[in-house]
Design a protein around this ligand. Structure first.
Ligand code: FAD
Ligand code: NAI
Length: 463
């Protein structure tokens, strides 16, 4: 007879491993199947963690090379040891994935090594061995979307995975797609010395974000040296030993041109990954974008099969996947968890950072919601001046009648940390006035958030 579990989670990314741990905490017998050699999924192995390690290291390099002298700190000739930078990043990843392995042991989650197929509801096959479970959770994540005519070899034409491993700094890196991956990894390689050109199909970078933030962000990145080719599409690529010739065309059609690159990063989005699970045979429905269809409680169209994270609808973010993992485990244990999808923050970890939560002005206008805006620039913040980081602003949107916070958009130093205050405020249904009345330590960057909240009512103090 096959070994019986309460829950088998397929995929050990932030959605799957967190779901497995929480289910085990709640007393269930849990297995998690992972086919990668290490736990942690895209996020820990080839996503969030290595990209943030490279962002941090490259920031240090750029500071030493270009900015420390302004502070009276002279470091002499600054040189790059890229192999060491990669080695450090790999150590960081190694420690993180080992950490998940430790947590599995601590919580008595069984790691089934190999690729899983769901042979029937409640039946999972891994490496030719069958296992049974009352609940099966699909947490298989996502993969990079390919671009027709631009064949990825992970050497000259790379996805984010190859872009995190480049053995030398390219002279010219062309990034296809001005989204989160393109701008984060484009920033890494620009700081390390590459000329970077971002080719974006639309008329602005970071689609879906606040319009003002998008414009200012593009200006700041352009000032840093990133070149933008907006309203442009790539229709072909020819790679040779030394580089790649890309064919560029105006998005609206017109005359083609050639752009030469040493390395090309394809970053035009990610799509759900469910290969080999056997979903068609089971009748598990998917939507027009290939995402596993679920109801509000993560139930797929087949009873006993659930899905979370990048494989289903919603933002493809690690913390969204984690929250869904926890909520599903608690639900399977009979609890009544709830996720507030209006309060999921998004952060772009460039410098300055970009962070958002809730509605944009564009969305509120489209819905006909009457709102107030409060804005405050980092130039008027004492701490930002002390740091010499003056680019950006915080913007808070609140309901015109009730003053309830509906969204916030920050571009500036540590925006990703600053947004947390607004996320919490939104979870508590706070008004802009509540945020404005809260004491903020001085001198901190957080005072920008307080001043933006004051500005909602036209009474910012320092501008
Ligand atoms: P994944 O993390 O993709 O994990 C799925 C796992 O399932 C994989 O390990 C896979 O091997 C395994 N699997 C698939 N099929 C099977 C099978 N049949 N059998 C067994 N195992 C299987 N998000 C953020 O919030 N912040 C960031 O800073 C951030 N940075 C990113 C940077 C990059 C370069 C990339 C690519 C992504 C980044 N993301 C970031 C997104 C984040 O990585 C994903 O949203 C997150 O990993 C999704 O978690 P998940 O658990 O749904 O899936
Ligand atoms: P994205 O969806 O963020 O951006 C893709 C960009 O490519 C868009 O601007 C789009 O208009 C453009 N594009 C699409 N087709 C194109 C074409 N043919 N030619 C030129 N441009 C084209 O996708 P990205 O950057 O690949 O990232 C995937 C996902 O990974 C993100 O949406 C995010 O969910 C996650 N991620 C999150 C991070 C974070 O939270 N800091 C960091 C990195 C990734």
């Amino acid at each position: 007879m096959s070994e019986q579990f309460d829950v088998i989670v397929i995929g050990a990314g932030p959605g799957g491993y967190v779901c497995a741990i929480r289910a085990a905490q709640l007393g269930m017998k849990v297995a998690c199947v992972e086919k990668r050699a290490t736990l942690g999924g895209t996020c820990l192995n080839v996503g969030c963690i290595p990209s943030k390690a490279m962002l941090h290291s490259s920031e240090n390099f750029e500071a030493a090379r270009d900015h420390l002298a302004e502070h009276g700190v002279n470091v002499g000739q600054v040189t790059l040891d890229l192999a060491k930078m990669h080695a450090r990043k790999n150590e960081v990843v190694g420690a993180n994935v080992k950490g998940v392995e430790f947590l599995f042991k601590k919580n008595k989650v069984t790691w089934l090594k190999g690729a899983a197929t769901i042979t029937a509801p409640g039946q999972v096959r891994v490496e030719g061995k069958d296992y049974a479970a009352r609940h099966v959770v699909i947490a298989t994540g996502s993969e990079s979307i390919p671009l027709r005519g631009v064949e990825v070899d992970e050497k000259r034409i790379v996805t984010s995975t190859g872009a995190l491993e480049l053995p030398e700094v390219p002279k010219h890196l062309v990034v296809i797609g001005g989204g989160v991956i393109g701008l984060e990894l484009g920033s890494v390689w620009r700081r390390l010395g590459a000329e970077v050109t971002v080719v974006e199909f639309l008329d602005a970078i970071l689609p879906g974000m606040d319009g003002e933030v998008r414009k200012q962000f593009e200006r700041v990145l352009a000032k840093q040296g990133i070149k933008f080719r907006l309203k442009t599409k790539v229709t072909g690529a020819t790679a040779d030993e030394a580089g790649v010739d890309l064919t560029l065309e105006p998005a609206a059609g017109g005359t083609a041109e050639t752009l030469r690159a040493d390395v090309v990063l394809v970053a035009i989005g990610r799509r759900p990954y469910v290969e080999g699970l056997g979903l068609e045979a089971l009748g598990v429905e998917r939507d027009e974008r290939g995402r596993v269809k679920t109801d509000a409680h993560f139930a797929t169209s087949v009873p006993g099969i659930w899905a979370i994270g990048d494989a289903i609808a919603g933002p493809m973010l690690a913390h969204k996947a984690e929250d869904e993992g926890v909520a599903l485990a608690e639900q399977l244990a009979g609890q009544k968890p709830h996720i507030n999808y209006d309060a999921i923050p998004g952060v772009v970890y460039t410098w300055p950072e970009v962070a958002n939560v809730g509605a944009t002005e564009e969305e509120l206008k489209a819905k006909g919601v009457a709102y107030k805006v409060g804005k405050f620039p980092f130039t008027a913040n004492g701490r930002a001046r002390a740091m010499g980081d003056l680019d950006g602003f915080a913007k808070i949107l609140s309901d015109a009648k009730t003053d309830k916070v509906l969204g916030a958009h920050i571009i500036g130093p540590d925006a990703g940390t600053l947004i947390a205050e607004i996320v919490l405020a939104m979870e508590f249904g706070a008004s802009a006035e509540d945020v404005a009345r809260t004491c903020h330590a001085h001198p901190t960057l957080n005072e920008v958030v307080k001043e933006a909240a004051l500005a909602v009512d036209g009474r910012a103090l320092h501008i």
